[in-house]
Design a protein around this ligand. Structure first.
Ligand SMILES: Nc1ncnc2c1ncn2[C@@H]1O[C@H](COP(=O)(O)OP(=O)(O)O)[C@@H](O)[C@H]1O
Ligand SMILES: [Mg+2]
Length: 246
């Protein structure tokens, strides 16, 4: 992305929708805030709005806004929010709108000028269409941030994780690390799945595990952040000039 202000932070993707990207993104924002960094969440495109505090807003946008340490508006965190809870290009078409690249890029530049660390949450999985000729992977490339992969721990997640890691590499991006998230409360062989993911994502993609989050009755940002691996998160983001200067 051509911009005078370089971006620092990460692009959070997942093995699927509803697997914990927002919870992990909020935890990372909380983590950075606790490290005295100005953290800002960004949800470039969202589909599905609710009435929250009397305002129509996407739930992810509100969660990211509340988890970051910069005071931001819903519109700054989520510049393109569509009402229907479906694939974003369909939600946009239902409103006769397009998902405008320039809107996203100018919004992210505005945040980059104010934040030390941006946590950008993708939509759904890694390759979600945003229009006729571009998808969320193209957006990630445009932003150029290292990618954090959230793996929703359930049957099938190993292949989904490895496929996503391959797609990230094929786009020339760096998989900075991955987070295992226990979205299913009683997944059989969860520890064995995590062990396999650790080995394969490290051997094939040099991607360390940034934490394994258990099923939590209330997965609020601090509770999820408590399960991130402090040393690994710090090491992964230490190369970002804005990070951990204190
Ligand atoms: N570790 C967890 N323990 C319990 N519930 C979780 C956990 N992670 C996510 N959830 C719940 O699963 C649902 C999907 O999580 P979310 O972060 O919104 O996923 P995504 O952003 O990938 O769509 C939410 O209701 C969330 O509260
Ligand atoms: Mg989400």
């Amino acid at each position: 992305m051509s911009s005078t202000t370089p971006l620092h932070g990460c692009f959070v993707t997942g093995t699927d929708t509803e697997i914990g990207k927002t919870r992990v993104s909020a935890a990372l924002l909380h983590w950075f805030a606790q490290s005295d960094l100005r953290s800002a969440g960004f949800k470039p495109v969202s589909a599905g709005t609710d009435v929250i505090d009397g305002l129509r807003v996407n739930g992810d946008v509100r969660a990211l806004r509340e988890a970051g340490s910069l005071a931001l508006t819903d519109a700054e965190v989520g510049p393109l929010q569509f009402e229907a809870a479906c694939a974003p290009h369909i939600a946009a078409a239902l409103e006769g709108r397009a998902i405008d690249r320039a809107t996203i890029l100018s919004a992210v530049r505005a945040l980059a000028a104010r934040a030390d660390m941006l946590v950008v949450e993708g939509v759904g999985g890694f390759c979600v269409p945003l229009g006729a000729d571009w998808d969320t992977a193209d957006l990630a490339v445009e932003l150029g941030l290292p990618v954090v992969l959230v793996v929703g721990l359930r049957l099938g997640c190993i292949s989904h994780a490895l496929l996503t890691a391959e797609a990230i590499r094929a786009r020339g991006l760096r998989l900075a690390g991955w987070v295992g998230n226990r979205v299913v409360r009683d997944m059989p062989w969860a520890d064995e799945n995590v062990a396999t993911l650790r080995e394969w994502l490290w051997q094939r993609h040099d991607a360390p595990c940034l934490g394994v989050v258990p099923w939590l009755a209330n997965p609020h940002p601090a509770a999820v952040a408590a399960h991130l691996d402090a040393a690994t998160v710090q090491a992964v983001f230490a190369s970002s000039p804005a990070a951990f200067s204190t």
